[in-house]
Design a protein around this ligand. Structure first.
Ligand code: BGC
Length: 684
């Protein structure tokens, strides 16, 4: 279980849409490092080209492209539903070659990608359909219900699917229980054995929030969070990063990933900004597709990691994730708030990012626990059955299965709406019984749900009940991919006087709250729900990485260059919502001032899960947005010392003031004038 202490259209098509709980979601934010339940209630790039900003002497990398045509849903190149354009990622369309999202200046995910796969995948196979039909015909209503409710890792019933929430795993309820690969493998083996011994022996899904590498295992390669990957704009690399995540998950028996995250962020106060690839829905859609191919395989489910079947990706949170406004449904600021948009805007910003991944055979979608125009998405037939699963041109034709988020949705209503599997920790037995006792009129809906689940299990090759080898977790080859991702995710925002790259002979003093702090370097969803990067073994801090190039200076006085790593602490979802994005510690700004006053060259590295207020850019010569890089700090040093040329471009806007922390898809330039825009970033 997650240790959590919360209570916790077709080308020219047009979607015609209209828009109580037995497990009421608890209110109020929890405070712990883990999710507990028991005992508590639980690019197209438009017409732009990514600018290079060459030279980097200014304070504003204005070399980045700015779309002149881009605005919400307008123009000839937007990702639109119901539009008449001949381009764009469209519901039911076969092409994902949208020419533009309408978001200005995004350089992410454009051009030829080097990605493997990407074509339309046809599934399930005839053999799987046959196998599923035979199995279904032999199952009782109770057995079907058991397939439709995932169990926490502490629940002892017959598992159809099991999951560990953030912070959970071997040794529960001790949140610092063993988190090494061997202990994880032994732990999941127990559930596999139970399923194998059941009659009939149906393979299980073992789910976990694999959001930046196998972040539940203490020797895994912790990858940059998605916002850093979005900055790379490198689809082939994102595919590799997610493939490493899949391999390191499958190695310990985790075969189902609650990700990739598909949200497009409008509000930087949200505690999930870092989980998002960016603010451009077309670029995000391509990133999500690359991630899904990395997780599942280039030919869809079961075409991934040889010998183990492959992982099943569960993209989240359908739909409109990132576009919600206050109040938060969870006691935060915007988390699980209300998305107040038209159908067209919901499609453009909230649904179309799923289209390329669905074409690539996405196996599972997690429905959002937020509301759309005040209606629960978990209980929305329109959103689940008509739009997501419905046939083109009215729907996306999704063939996989839909799960709920944590404790979301009234079971009966949600089944009728199109939910196929429930995450109802603490009340699994109730939900199973509810489904088992639904009236006969629900037979075909239940059969549809179970058919979808069984098809995924078959297509993914889970019937071998195999896992990978725990000894492969954290391999040198995997770390090299992480390091590359870190280097490519660095976004140079300012480089006055070409202070970067640093000479390898320079005396560098490294300070700031993030210099030697793995918790801050990895952020939330690392070992624990809210983030405990300091438990990760084999990781390299930024200071350690710089020291490998040349031992760091012992004092500021002895240095030519002062590197200050300014950082936010770790957080996750609603607990990480903030009313202000002024989140960098005063002490870090004081270090900048001290270094400037001492006449040093000053490099500011900002390690944050969201764009945060930098205040005056004159406080440092160079500014780098380093996001949440994860375990491979060497990638930061690679850029600092010029071994890798910076290629990162901002995937999100970077506000100058708190008043700019929400942008709502506004055009730039225009009424919204952040300090830096999506697509900005210097190189040399
Ligand atoms: C989060 C989901 C996550 C789930 C399972 C929820 O609280 O919102 O993103 O997948 O927990 O851990």
């Amino acid at each position: 279980m997650r240790l959590r202490d919360t209570t916790q259209v077709g080308l020219a098509g047009f979607l015609l849409l209209s828009g109580c709980s037995d497990n009421p979601a608890g209110g109020g934010a929890g405070t712990g490092t883990s999710q507990a339940t028991t005992g508590s209630a639980s690019p197209g790039t438009g017409s732009t080209s990514p600018g290079s900003g060459n030279g980097g002497t200014g304070t504003n990398p204005s070399g980045s492209g700015i779309s002149t045509s881009g605005d919400t849903g307008s123009g000839s190149s937007g990702t639109v539903v119901g539009g008449s354009g001949s381009s764009g990622s469209v519901v039911g369309g076969s092409g994902s070659s949208g020419a533009g999202s309408g978001v200005p200046g995004s350089g992410a995910a454009s051009g030829s990608s080097g990605m493997v796969g990407g074509g339309t995948v046809n599934w399930p196979s005839a053999a799987c359909q046959q196998k599923t039909a035979t199995l279904l015909a032999s199952m009782s209503r109770m057995q079907k219900a058991q397939q439709m409710v995932m169990l926490q890792d502490t629940f002892s019933g017959v598992p159809g699917a099991v999951f560990s929430g953030g912070g959970a795993g071997p040794g529960y309820p001790n949140p610092t229980g063993p988190r090494d690969p061997a202990s994880w493998a032994t732990f999941t083996d127990g559930f596999f054995a139970k399923a194998k011994a059941a009659q009939p022996p149906i393979p299980i899904l073992y789910g976990l929030d694999i959001v930046h590498g196998n972040n539940a295992v203490n020797s895994a390669v912790i990858m940059p969070h998605n916002t850093g990957l979005g900055a790379t704009g490198d689809l082939a690399l994102v595919q590799q990063v997610y493939n490493v995540a899949a391999q390191e998950a499958l190695a310990v028996g985790i075969n189902w990933t609650f990700g990739p995250f598909s949200g497009v962020v409008w509000d930087y106060r949200w505690g999930r900004v870092y989980e998002s690839f960016g603010g451009d829905p077309v670029a995000v859609g391509k990133m999500v597709q690359a991630a899904v191919i990395g997780l599942q395989g280039p030919g869809g489910l079961g075409s991934g990691t040889a010998g183990v079947g492959g992982a099943v990706a569960c993209s989240k949170h359908w739909a409109g994730d990132g576009q919600a406004g206050p109040p938060s449904g969870k006691g935060g600021v915007v988390d699980r708030g209300n998305v107040t948009v038209s159908v067209q805007d919901m499609m453009k910003w909230g649904a179309n990012p799923y289209v390329p991944a669905i074409q690539s055979g996405l196996g599972c979608v997690m429905v959002s626990d937020a509301t759309w125009n005040n209606a629960q998405m978990t209980e929305s037939k329109q959103l689940l059955t008509t739009i997501l699963k419905g046939p083109p041109p009215a729907g996306l034709g999704f063939k996989g299965f839909v799960i709920t988020n944590w404790d979301a949705g009234n079971t009966s209503t949600a089944v009728a709406a199109g939910v196929d599997m429930f995450m109802h920790p603490g009340s699994e037995a109730n939900s199973i019984n509810t489904i088992a006792n639904l009236p006969a009129g629900m037979d075909s809906r239940i059969d549809d749900a179970v058919t979808r689940i069984l098809n995924v299990k078959c297509q993914a090759g889970l019937s071998t009940f195999q896992r990978g080898d725990p000894a492969t977790v954290g391999s040198a080859a995997h770390r090299a991919i992480g390091r590359k991702a870190v280097a490519e995710s660095m976004v140079v925002l300012q480089n006055t006087g070409n202070v970067l790259p640093l000479a390898k002979t320079a005396n560098v003093f490294v300070t700031g709250s993030g210099a030697n702090n793995l918790n801050n370097q990895m952020g939330g969803w690392t070992i624990t729900w809210q983030g405990s990067g300091n438990q990760v073994q084999g990781a390299t801090t930024i200071q350690a990485a710089i020291s490998k190039v040349k031992p760091v200076a012992g004092s500021m006085a002895a240095a030519d260059v002062v590197v200050v790593v300014l950082s936010e602490g770790p957080y996750a979802e609603f607990q990480g919502d903030k009313t202000s994005i002024d989140q960098l510690p005063a002490g870090d700004f004081a270090a900048l001032a001290q270094a400037k006053a001492a006449g040093k060259k000053v490099v500011a590295i900002v390690m944050s899960g969201r764009p945060v207020l930098l205040h005056a850019l004159t406080q440092a010569d160079a500014w780098i947005a380093a996001w949440l890089p994860g375990s491979e700090g060497d990638g930061v040093a690679d850029v600092l010392f010029g071994d890798v040329h910076p290629v990162g471009k901002l995937p999100h806007h970077w506000p100058a003031t708190d008043g700019q922390s929400t942008w709502g898809g506004a055009a730039v330039p225009g009424a919204y004038t952040p300090m830096f825009k999506i697509g900005d970033g210097l190189t040399w």
